[in-house]
Design a protein around this ligand. Structure first.
Ligand code: NAP
Length: 241
C-alpha cells in the first residue's frame, strides 16, 4: 500500500506511519512545523521496513496540500489510502471565553483541512482505495467546558464521512471515520492539560487511556481489504466511553 497521512509526524498519525512501515508499506506524510519529529518518524518507518517521505504542508493550505499529494505520487506512485488525521485543539475553556481567532484556526485546520484532504483523496484514489478520517468521541460528547469548537469541528468531519462514503461508494472507494477517546499524545499539552488522558481515562469503562498504537491498528484495519464491506462507519476507539 502507498498511504498518505496528514499530521503523520507525531501522535496517532505517527503511529499509523510506523505500523504501516512495519507492514512493509510506503507512507507519505505531512506535518505542520516540527521537522525534527517528522525526520524521526520517517526514520522509524524505514527502520521498520517501509518507505517514507515527509513534507511540511499546512492541512488548511489548499495549494501546499495539493503539492504534497503531487510530490508523494511523483516519488512513490499512485495512492491506495489516505488518512485525514491532522487536527488541533485549543486550551480548555468555555465557549464564551474563546477568542474568534482560536475558533477560526480550529475550524480551519480540523474542518477546512479535512475537507481539502478528502477532496484530494477523492480526486486521486482509484477503485479499491480507502479513506479514513480521524474524528473524535468529542463529536458525540460535545466537550462542554473544555473545547466545544473542537467537538463541533469533529461533528463536521463525521458528516463529511457519511456524505463522502455515499459519493465515492459507487466508484469503489470506501470512506470511514475513527472516533478516538482519550489517547495518550501531545495534543493534551496543547489543551493545557498534559495529564488529561490519564486522569479522565481512569474513569472510562476500560479504566485507562488508549494508546496511539491502538488507534493506528483500527485505522490500518479499515484501510485493509479485511474491511472491504465497511464504509460510512463512525468507529469509536474510546474504551467504552
Ligand atoms: P498530536 O500528537 O498533537 O499530533 C498532531 C500531528 O498533526 C502532528 O504531526 C502535527 O505536526 C500535525 N499537525 C498539526 N497541525 C497541522 C497542520 N495545520 N497541518 C498539517 N499537520 C499538522 O495530535 P494527536 O493526538 O495525534 O491527534 C491526531 C488526530 O487525532 C487529530 O485529528 C485529533 O483531533 C484526533 N484525536 C486525538 C485524540 C487524543 O486523545 N489524542 C482523541 C480524539 C481524536 P507538527 O508537530 O509539525 O505540528
Amino acid at each position: 500500500m502507498h498511504l498518505f497521512v496528514t499530521g503523520g509526524s507525531r501522535g496517532i498519525g505517527a503511529a499509523v506511519c510506523r505500523l504501516a512501515g512495519a507492514g512493509g508499506h510506503t507512507v507519505s506524510f505531512t506535518y505542520g512545523s516540527n521537522a525534527a519529529a517528522a525526520e524521526a518518524t520517517a526514520g522509524a518507518v524505514e527502520k521498520a521496513g517501509g518507505k517514507a517521505m515527509a513534507e511540511c504542508a499546512d492541512a488548511a493550505d489548499a495549494q501546499a496540500l495539493a503539492a504534497a499529494f503531487d510530490a508523494a505520487e511523483a516519488r512513490f506512485g499512485a495512492l491506495s489510502g489516505v488518512v485525514v488525521n491532522a487536527g488541533i485543539i485549543g486550551p480548555v475553556a468555555p465557549l464564551a471565553e474563546m477568542a474568534p481567532e482560536r475558533i477560526a484556526r480550529v475550524v480551519g485546520v480540523n474542518v477546512t483541512g479535512a475537507l481539502l484532504t478528502a477532496r484530494e483523496a477523492a480526486r486521486r484514489l482509484s477503485p479499491g482505495g480507502a479513506i479514513v478520517v480521524v474524528s473524535s468521541a468529542a463529536a458525540r460528547l460535545g466537550s462542554p467546558g473544555e473545547f466545544i469548537d473542537y467537538a463541533a469541528s469533529k461533528g463536521a468531519t463525521d458528516t463529511m464521512t457519511i456524505g463522502l462514503a455515499k459519493e465515492l461508494g459507487p466508484k469503489g472507494i470506501r470512506v470511514n471515520a475513527v472516533r478516538p477517546g482519550l489517547i495518550e499524545t501531545d495534543i493534551h499539552i496543547d489543551a493545557g492539560a498534559p495529564d488529561r488522558a490519564a486522569r479522565l481515562g481512569a474513569s472510562t469503562p476500560l479504566g485507562r487511556a488508549g494508546t496511539a498504537e491502538e488507534v493506528a491498528e483500527t485505522i490500518l484495519w479499515l484501510l485493509s481489504d479485511k474491511a472491504r464491506y465497511v464504509s460510512g462507519a463512525l468507529l469509536d476507539v474510546a474504551g467504552g466511553r
